[in-house]
Write a new protein. Structure first.
Length: 555
């Protein structure tokens, strides 16, 4: 059975008539009668950058080696698939932005369905554009809603000039100062003062960086109070960091505890903002990508056992450990689940206890091999369910830690008041998705991404909501008062959706471009929502970021 849907052969950015099918090692063995080949190809070597234009990069490499034979190559940009190719050694990557550095890698696929590790990175900067003409000035700016801290704006969409290379998006100015940015012709500006008048303007920016003049101003005043419900309000900076805060939870005394992705430190954050490094995770090793110290959960019985659970990357795997906090020190780390495959990207990593505290759930990425997601004996591309000591619950559907399968790179888990487990999932290159997780459910990856691909039949479970990866790339989620909060990285905003049973309605977005990439969202004991940002980092390099932990008041 083929476990990867047919993919177009892309050469020089064009789609040819050939189709590439990758099959699992077991399927290959069944067809050929040979022993299953489970050895991946060597990583492609010798990446070279060729001709570079404003919007294209030519890339070549040396053939990878494999005993089953090479079926093709995937071109990746920091974990996102740009192209899937046949057995060729050269391509042209298209539709890029001018004057932008791109970090590219190549993965090899063999005929047995194994994927190689990523190649060494190749970097190239596209040329500056000769386009000097700014887009038209946005018109029709108007206020559609105003509350105590948020004002929602809309305006008429703008197209780039006829000879331009395309529109990048818009900038929003509040009282003459740039406050937000985004691709859509609407924005909700948050973190405003109540009972105060503001002036708003909008400009348009093209892909060459040319910015139009500002629109005519519109003015409005905020109200005195936020509406009832879980509506984002005033934002306060709790602390800043030079590393990436990834997993976040709260101790019984109200202080926070979080992981630093690239240092592998576990940090305690007191209510007054004082930070204490409790300790470092043993044998942690990054992946030069998304691996590191990831999800963190405080034991439901912390007051009596002092335990904290962490999902992180070592040199050989991703694993879940539990450590004990004594005073201001964490130690006595004990692995409770090991052998989750690691790769440069697609490591997943979120942890969440069930509302009754009996089970620990974990989201795992496919380790950049879609076949892992459909293999029920693999821990990758899954939502896992284990007991707090790492043992397998007797009612798990497949007799192992797997609870659901067919996932790409899930990084958000949260339970609602009815006990439903919601999951937020990075797509590969097309769609991100929000799911409700069912016991034993198949969510379709790699054949189906969101609603794209081979998504019909076979009992596949459809997502409750999808986004393009450019407007979402969503990571952490939290649920408060029947509202789900979703942190968007590429979308650089906080999404909200109202939960109605197992459906969602009333999509809203807040803080577009105001605070940068938002990774994690967690409800705080004081009734606020804490979010973490993820800006300026170089993968697996400690202390080179510019991030914040923010507290968002909720109406």
């Amino acid at each position: 059975m083929a476990l990867r849907s047919k993919l177009p052969l892309v050469i020089g950015g064009a789609v040819a008539g050939l189709m590439v099918v990758a099959v699992s090692p077991m399927a290959f063995a069944a067809v050929t009668g040979q022993a299953a080949d489970t050895t991946p190809p060597t990583a492609p070597a010798g990446l070279k950058i060729g001709k570079v234009t404003e919007t294209t990069i030519e890339l070549s490499w040396k053939s990878a080696k494999d005993k089953s034979g090479i079926a093709g190559y995937d071109i990746m940009k920091q974990g996102q698939q740009l192209q899937s190719l046949g057995n060729v050694n050269k391509t042209v990557i298209t539709k890029l932005l001018p004057n932008r550095e791109y970090v590219l890698t190549v993965m090899a696929r063999d005929k047995a369905g194994n994927n190689s590790e990523d190649s060494v990175e190749a970097k190239a900067t596209t040329k500056k554009s000769n386009d000097k003409i700014a887009p038209a000035v946005p018109a029709g700016l108007k206020i559609t809603d105003a509350t105590g801290s948020n004002v929602t704006l809309t305006w008429n969409p703008v197209k780039d000039d006829a000879k331009g290379i395309g529109l990048s998006g818009y900038k929003v100015y509040v009282d003459g100062t740039e406050m937000a940015s985004g691709e859509e012709n609407t924005a909700t500006i948050g973190n405003l003062e109540p009972d105060k008048s503001y002036s708003f303007q909008v400009s348009a920016v093209d892909l060459a960086g040319n910015e139009s003049a500002k629109s005519a101003a519109v003015k409005t005043g905020t109200t005195g109070n936020e509406p009832k419900g879980a509506v984002p309000g005033k934002v306060t900076t709790v602390t800043t960091s030079k590393d990436i805060p990834w997993g976040l939870d709260f101790l019984p005394d109200g202080s926070a505890i979080y992981t630093e992705r690239d240092t592998f430190n576990v940090v305690k954050l007191a209510k007054d903002g004082t930070k204490t490094t409790l300790g470092k995770l043993p044998n942690g090793k990054g992946t030069d990508g998304e691996g590191g110290a990831l999800g963190l959960e405080v034991s439901p019985s912390f007051s009596s056992d002092g335990l904290v659970y962490v999902f992180y990357t070592t040199a050989g795997d991703n694993r879940i450990v539990r450590g004990k906090i004594t005073g201001n020190t964490i130690g006595d780390f004990q692995p409770i689940l090991t052998g989750i495959k690691r790769n440069k990207f697609h490591n997943g990593g979120r942890l969440r206890f069930s509302p009754d505290g009996k089970y620990l759930f974990a989201s795992t990425g496919d380790a950049q091999n879609g076949d892992n997601a459909q293999n029920k004996n693999s821990l990758n591309g899954k939502v896992l369910r284990i007991l707090p000591d790492g043992k397998i619950p007797s009612d798990n559907p497949f007799g192992n830690a797997v609870w659901s399968y067919g996932h790409c790179n899930p990084q958000g888990l949260a339970f609602d008041s009815a006990g439903n487990l919601w999951e937020q999932e990075f797509g590969n290159s097309i769609m991100d998705e929000l799911n409700v997780i069912q016991k034993g459910g198949n969510y379709g990856w790699p054949g189906c991404e969101g609603t794209s691909g081979s998504c019909g039949g076979g009992g596949l479970i459809a997502p409750k909501k999808t986004w393009s990866v450019g407007s979402c790339s969503c990571s952490g989620i939290a649920i408060v008062k029947g509202t789900i909060f979703i942190g968007a990285q590429r979308g650089a905003r906080l999404y909200t959706l109202d939960i109605n049973g197992t459906s969602v309605t009333n999509l809203k977005s807040f803080f577009q471009g105001q605070f940068g990439r938002i990774r994690t969202a967690e409800p705080s004991p004081d009734g606020t929502l804490w979010i973490t940002t993820s800006d300026g980092d170089k993968d697996s390099t400690p202390n080179n970021s510019n991030t914040k932990i923010l507290s968002v008041a909720l109406g």
